[in-house]
Design a binder for this molecule. Structure first.
Ligand code: ADP
Ligand code: ASP
Ligand code: MG
Length: 468
C-alpha cells in the first residue's frame, strides 16, 4: 500500500512521543508499505516563533533570542536522546542552528523596520516544520530506516494568500509526483514538512494554523495514496472535544461530509480544509492516536451511515461576532442581501453562517471577531443611503458569540431533532440567538453567547446520549 501519514505537534513533541512515531513507521515499513510522512513542528515551537516575530514588530527583540534558546535546547535534547554525540546529531544541529540564526536575523529586521509582513510571518512560522523534518529523518536513518527530509516548498504550489494559502492542484500533483515517487520507489521514507508551501515563483507560504493535516491530504491526493492516516493525541474523532466533555467517545466511522462539517465548525482534530482533497479523490482517512497505536480510531470514507445515533457529534467555533442589519424599510429594497455580502467579500473576510427572518426585516450573519471592525465600516459605507433614509435602522454587532454545530447524517429527514436540541438548551436556560440549517441537513448550527458554550455542548451531548 501507499500511505500518507501525518504526525501532529504532540506526537513529535518529546523523546517519548518520537519513540512511538519511530515504532509506528518501522512497523508499516516492515509490512512493505510505501510511506510519505508529514510532520508538524515539535509542540509549542510554532507558537514561540510567531509570538517572537510579533514582539519584534512591537519593538522587543529579546523574545526572539529567548525563543531561539528554548527551541535549540528542545532539539538538542531530542537529538542527543536518539543519536548520541555523533556526526549525525551534529549534522542535524548545524541545520537547526542555521534556521535559528536566520530566524533571529529576520526578527532583527522586523524590529528595525517596525513591520511584520504576512510574507515574513510565513517564512518564520514554517521554520519549526523545517527543523523537525530533518530531525525525524535523522532519527529514522539512525534506526536503519532509510529516510529523506523534503521541504513541502518543493512539492505544494499555492496562491499567494499568506497565512492561509490555497493549493493549485495540477501544479502540485506534478511537482509532488516528480519529487516523491523516486524516493518511495527506492524504499525510502519521504519525511515531509507539514504546513508550508510556496507560490509558483517560489515565495514561501503557509496553509494556515493546524495546516499539516491539509499537507497530508493534499499529498495523499497528489500521490494517489491508498489511505491517509492522521496520527494525533486522541483516539480519532470524538463525539465532542474531550477537554470540554470528559465522557466524549470515539466515533468509529464517519463520512467525509460529516467530518467536513465538524472541522469547519471548530473541531480542532482536523484542519477545516483538510477533508476536501481526500473526498475529491475518495481516499479513506484514518484518525489515529500515536500514544495508543492499536486503537482503531476513526475511519472516514464516502459511506454515509444513517443508522445509530441521529446526532453524532457537536463542535463549537469561538471568538465570533454576530452582525445584524435591521430595519422595517428593508422589505421593499431589492438586493440588500446581495450588496451586504458583496461588501463583506470585498474585505476578504468570510461569513461562517447566515440567517434571515422570513419577514425580511433583518439579516444576521456571523464573522470572525478579528474582522468585525473592517466589515461594519464597509457595510456602513455600502448602505449609507438606506441608513440615512432610515430604511435601515441599524447595523449592529454582538461580540463574544459561538456557533455550535450539531452534526449527523441521521438527522436528514428525521423530524424532531431541532426540537430536542432547543428543548435541552431551553430547560437549562441557555438562550439561542440565531439558527441555521445547512442544505445537507447533516448540520444544525446555533449561535449562543460564548460564556454558555461549554454548558450547551454538555447539554446536547447528554440529550442525545453520545457518551453511550
Ligand atoms: P495535532 O497537533 O495532532 O494536530 P491538535 O491539537 O491540532 O493535534 O488536535 C487534536 C486535539 O483536538 C485533541 O487533543 C482534542 O483536544 C481536540 N478536539 C477538539 N474536538 C475534537 C473532537 N471532536 N474529537 C477529537 N479531538 C477533538
Ligand atoms: N505547526 C503548525 C501549527 O502549529 C501546523 C500544524 O501543527 O499543523 O499551526
Ligand atoms: Mg492540529
Amino acid at each position: 500500500m501507499k500511505l500518507t501519514m501525518k504526525f501532529g505537534g504532540t506526537s513529535v513533541g518529546s523523546v517519548e512521543a518520537l519513540k512511538k512515531v519511530a515504532g509506528i513507521i518501522e512497523k508499516q515499513r516492515r509490512q512493505g508499505h510505501q510511506l510519505a510522512v508529514v510532520v508538524s513542528a515539535m509542540s509549542g515551537v510554532t507558537d514561540k516563533l510567531i509570538n517572537a516575530a510579533k514582539q519584534a514588530e512591537a519593538g522587543d527583540e529579546s523574545v526572539a533570542h529567548q525563543a531561539r534558546l528554548e527551541i535549540e535546547s528542545k532539539h538538542a535534547k531530542t537529538t542527543l536522546a536518539f543519536l548520541g554525540e555523533s556526526p549525525a546529531r551534529e549534522a542535524v544541529m548545524t541545520q537547526v542552528r542555521g534556521f535559528l540564526d536566520e530566524f533571529e536575523l529576520l526578527c532583527h529586521g522586523i524590529r528595525v523596520l517596525g513591520e511584520l509582513t504576512p510574507r515574513a510571518l510565513d517564512v518564520i512560522s514554517g521554520m519549526g516544520e523545517r527543523m523537525n523534518a530533518r530531525q525525524v529523518a535523522a532519527i529514522l536513518n539512525a534506526r536503519q530506516l532509510p529516510a529523506e527530509a523534503v521541504d513541502a516548498t518543493e512539492l505544494i504550489v499555492t496562491d499567494g494568500h499568506h497565512g492561509g494559502a490555497k493549493p493549485l492542484i495540477t501544479e502540485t500533483e506534478s511537482k509532488a509526483q516528480v519529487r516523491l515517487e523516486p524516493v518511495l520507489s527506492a524504499e525510502r521514507v519521504a519525511l515531509v514538512t507539514g504546513f508550508i508551501a510556496a507560490t509558483v515563483d517560489g515565495v514561501p507560504t503557509t496553509l494556515g494554523r493546524g495546516g499539516s493535516d491539509y499537507t497530508a491530504t493534499i499529498l495523499g491526493r497528489a500521490l494517489n495514496a491508498d489511505e491517509i492516516w492522521i496520527w494525533t493525541d486522541v483516539n480519532g474523532v470524538m463525539t465532542t472535544d474531550p477537554r470540554i466533555v470528559p465522557n466524549a467517545r470515539t466515533i468509529p466511522q464517519l463520512s467525509f461530509v460529516e467530518v467536513g462539517e465538524l472541522a469547519y465548525f471548530g473541531a480542532k482534530v482536523l484542519h477545516p480544509r483538510a477533508i476536501r482533497p481526500a473526498r475529491q479523490a475518495n481516499i479513506p482517512v484514518r484518525m489515529l492516536n500515536t500514544f495508543e497505536p492499536d486503537n482503531p480510531g476513526t475511519l472516514i470514507t464516502d459511506k454515509i451511515d444513517r443508522e445509530g445515533h441521529v446526532v453524532k457529534a457537536i463542535s463549537a467555533i469561538r471568538y465570533l461576532n454576530l452582525i445584524t442589519i435591521a430595519g422595517t424599510g428593508m422589505m421593499g429594497i431589492p438586493g440588500v442581501a446581495g450588496r451586504t455580502f458583496s461588501a463583506v467579500a470585498k474585505t476578504g473576510s468570510s461569513v461562517l453562517m447566515i440567517s434571515q427572518s422570513s419577514s425580511e426585516q433583518s439579516i444576521c450573519f456571523v464573522v470572525d471577531s478579528k474582522d468585525v471592525l473592517e466589515i461594519v465600516s464597509a457595510l456602513k459605507e455600502e448602505l449609507s443611503r438606506e441608513l440615512e433614509r432610515r430604511d435601515l435602522d441599524e447595523i449592529s454587532s454582538q461580540p463574544d458569540v459561538v456557533i455550535l454545530a450539531v452534526v449527523g447524517a441521521g438527522m436528514k429527514g428525521t423530524p424532531g431533532v431541532s426540537a430536542r436540541v432547543f428543548g435541552a438548551l431551553g430547560k437549562a436556560g441557555v438562550n439561542v440567538i440565531a439558527i441555521a440549517q445547512g442544505s445537507s441537513e447533516y448540520n444544525i448550527s446555533l449561535v449562543i453567547a460564548q460564556g454558555e458554550a461549554d454548558t450547551a455542548v454538555r447539554l446536547i451531548h447528554d440529550e442525545f446520549h453520545l457518551y453511550e
